[in-house]
Write a protein that binds this ligand. Structure first.
Ligand code: ADP
Ligand code: MG
Length: 330
């Protein structure tokens, strides 16, 4: 099973000259680990694809599957699963120290901060631990950002042009780290640096005008190479062919048989409907109403930022049973 898949996802924007597609019916699968690069020219849809994979943006059509489960409209992949994002411009919080920046996602989740010093050591930033991030170099900032991304032990790390603002030496260091962490987890990176991608990535997906134009499939150690991308297409092709042949051989018989099965099935459905009455339909309707409320209701959680007067307020979706309980009181 793939860790992450998308099927026929499209994203469009309404413009004065009509509908503009940033992504057009993109389908792709990602395994549990490996370093996968998404490449393409500026404006080709790379960030849009990454943002949809990570859950920052929602597609206008198509589906996202995480560990074989389809993500619903109300599901937030980022909050719900262990995944982190690394940005081109680091997105660190100025005014806070290196340690406090790295510990932030842990504080927000109420998790232990014990891992922070180990991460600093692994990324070679132990000496910078107490410095404010404001005056660090680009390469140092990106290493802090990688440590922050790893703090929650994510199973997926997304990176959007992580070396875009770095010189060659620092780019190599950052790519080396991303490669290393991809041995145990999935790393999906957007880049337009072909040289670095060719050197470090296990698999390269190229995108042009919102569509995948090539996919190297990759050679991820220990992964079934053929399992990537076209496996399901192949299987359904052969199954389709076998069924097709059988049907053609006994066409008349099959037609009659299919028709009578259809009548039988329709009759069965009708009788089940009569027996069960309206109960399930009503239940379904109330589940829909509850789901709607759940999508609208939100809980606010407040977090202190260590060493700062600022407070973070996070809006989270309440659990369905909490909402049911609350609604029961109204
Ligand atoms: P890339 O990361 O490959 O440079 P993006 O995924 O950011 O490209 O954008 C893909 C296309 O979608 C671009 O042509 C961009 O101009 C367009 N686009 C992105 N966001 C919007 C928006 N909010 N409104 C209109 N067009 C957008
Ligand atoms: Mg981009």
């Amino acid at each position: 099973m793939y860790l992450l898949s998308v099927r026929k996802i499209s994203k469009w924007y309404e413009t004065y000259s009509g509908r503009f597609f940033a992504l057009k019916k993109v389908s792709v699968d990602f395994p549990n680990r490996g370093f996968i690069a998404i490449m393409g020219k500026s404006g080709s849809g790379k960030s849009t694809l990454l943002n949809i994979l990570s859950g920052i943006e929602r597609p206008d059509s198509g589906s996202i599957w995480l560990e074989g489960k389809k993500m619903g409209k109300g599901d937030s992949p980022i909050l719900g699963r262990r995944s982190s994002i690394i940005f081109q411009h680091y997105n660190l919080i100025n005014g806070l120290s290196v340690i406090d920046n790295i510990a932030l996602p842990l504080s927000m989740r109420g998790m232990s901060k014990r891992a922070v010093s180990t991460l600093c050591r692994k990324l070679g930033i132990s000496k910078l631990r107490k410095r404010k991030v404001d005056n660090l170099s680009g390469g140092e900032k990106q290493r802090v950002a990688i440590a922050r991304a790893l703090a929650i032990s994510p199973s997926i790390v997304y990176a959007d042009e992580p070396t875009g603002a770095l010189d060659e030496g620092n780019s190599e260091i950052v790519m080396g780290y991303l490669k290393k962490i991809s041995r145990k987890r999935l790393v999906i990176m957007v880049s337009h640096n072909k040289e670095l991608v060719d050197k470090y990535a296990d698999r390269v997906i190229e995108i042009r005008d919102g569509q995948i134009t090539s996919d190297s499939g990759g050679e991820i150690e220990g992964e079934d190479k053929k399992a990537i991308v076209r496996k399901d297409k192949h299987r359904s092709f052969w199954i389709g062919k076998i069924i097709g042949l059988g049907l053609r051989k006994h066409f008349g018989k099959n037609l009659m048989c299919g028709f009578s099965s259809f009548i039988g099935f329709a009759a069965l459905l009708l009788s089940v409907g009569f027996v069960l009455g309206n109960g399930p339909a009503m239940e379904e309707e109330s589940a829909k109403v509850l789901h709607h409320l759940l999508a609208k209701a939100s809980l606010e959680e407040e977090y202190e930022i260590p060493g700062s007067n600022l407070h973070l307020i996070k809006s989270v979706k309440p659990r369905q049973d909490d909402l049911e309980e609350t609604l029961g009181d109204i």
